[in-house]
Design a binder for this molecule. Sequence first.
Ligand code: SF4
Ligand code: F3S
Length: 80
Amino acid sequence: TYVIAEPCIGVKDASCVEVCPVDCIKSDPEAEQYFINPDECIDCGVCAEVCPVEAIYFEDDLPEQWRHYLQKNREYFQKQ
Ligand code: SF4
Ligand code: F3S
């Protein structure tokens, strides 16, 4: 899965939501950032290309300091 990390916080540009072919990025006005549903993401990578703040990474490519965002994205959908 692709994962949205810290740079999205407070930015929420939403370009990623518009390009996702399977509509698996949740835009939540209440949340501090947007999240990718790991059970629906097809790893196409298009969202990562369009994010203006480079907040999106393939799970294995997450920078060390943002590794925990993998779990943070997953937990968001478990709470829904
Ligand atoms: Fe959607 Fe593709 Fe990004 Fe996954 S990698 S969230 S399928 S745009
Ligand atoms: Fe956030 Fe970038 Fe999408 S800032 S909402 S991950 S385009």
